[in-house]
Ligand binder design. Sequence first.
Ligand SMILES: Nc1ncnc2c1ncn2[C@@H]1O[C@H](COP(=O)(O)OP(=O)(O)O)[C@@H](O)[C@H]1O
Ligand SMILES: O=C(O)C1=C[C@@H](OP(=O)(O)O)[C@@H](O)[C@H](O)C1
Ligand SMILES: [Mg+2]
Length: 188
Amino acid sequence: MSRQTAIPLRERNIILIGFMGAGKTTIGQLVAKKLYRDFIDVDAEIERRHGMSIPEMFAQKGEAYFRQVERELIVDLCTNTRLKILSLGGGAYLQEDVRRVCLAHGIVFFLDLSWDYWKEERLPLIVDSRPVLKNKTLEEVEQLFFQRQSAYALHHSRVIVNELEAEQAADQIVESIKWTWDVYEPNR
Ligand SMILES: Nc1ncnc2c1ncn2[C@@H]1O[C@H](COP(=O)(O)OP(=O)(O)O)[C@@H](O)[C@H]1O
Ligand SMILES: O=C(O)C1=C[C@@H](OP(=O)(O)O)[C@@H](O)[C@H](O)C1
Ligand SMILES: [Mg+2]
C-alpha cells in the first residue's frame, strides 16, 4: 500500500475562495507579489488554454462544460503544483472534488463579505462580466449568495474583506500564513 507524504505547510498552494466579486483575483495577485510566488487565476488560465473568454465559453459550450474544465484544472493544479497562489472562480468550490483537493493539498482562505456590502459595492462592478449573474433578479442572486455559503464554510482560514482595501486584505492573509508557518513549522 502506498502512503502519500503530507506536503509541508510552507510548500502548499495558497487558495482563495469566495463569492464572485469578493476580490479573489485582485487580492491573490497581491499576495503572490508579497510572498514572491507565482500567481494562477483559474479563470484566466482556462481562458488562456481554451482561447476564449469565460462568457464566451458559457455561451458557446454551456455552463456544464465550463464546470468540468474548471474542476479538471483545479484537481490538476492542486495535485501537481506547489508554492503557488491560486484564485478560484466563485462557483468552483461548489464541486465536491474541488473542495476535497483544495483542502487536502492547499491552504484555503475564504474571502468573506456581507450580502449588503456586496450588493452595494461589488455587484455594480461585475454585473456585466459574470455570466452567472445574467438574466437573474436581485432576489435570485441573493439566494445564490446564501446557498453558496455552506460550501465556503469549509475553509482553513477566513478574512472579512468588507471595507478592506485589497492591499490590506492581502497583508492580513500574508500575516496569517506566516504565523501559521512559524507556529506549525518552526525552524524551517
Ligand atoms: N478590496 C477591494 N476594494 C475595492 N474594490 C475591490 C476590492 N477587491 C476587488 N475589488 C474590485 O472588485 C471587482 C471584482 O474583483 P475581482 O478581484 O475580480 O473579484 P473575484 O475574482 O472574487 O471575482 C474588481 O472591479 C476589483 O477591482
Ligand atoms: O461564481 C461563479 O459561478 C463564477 C465566478 C467567476 O469567477 P469570479 O468568482 O472570479 O468572479 C467565473 O468563474 C465564472 O463567471 C463563474
Ligand atoms: Mg476572479
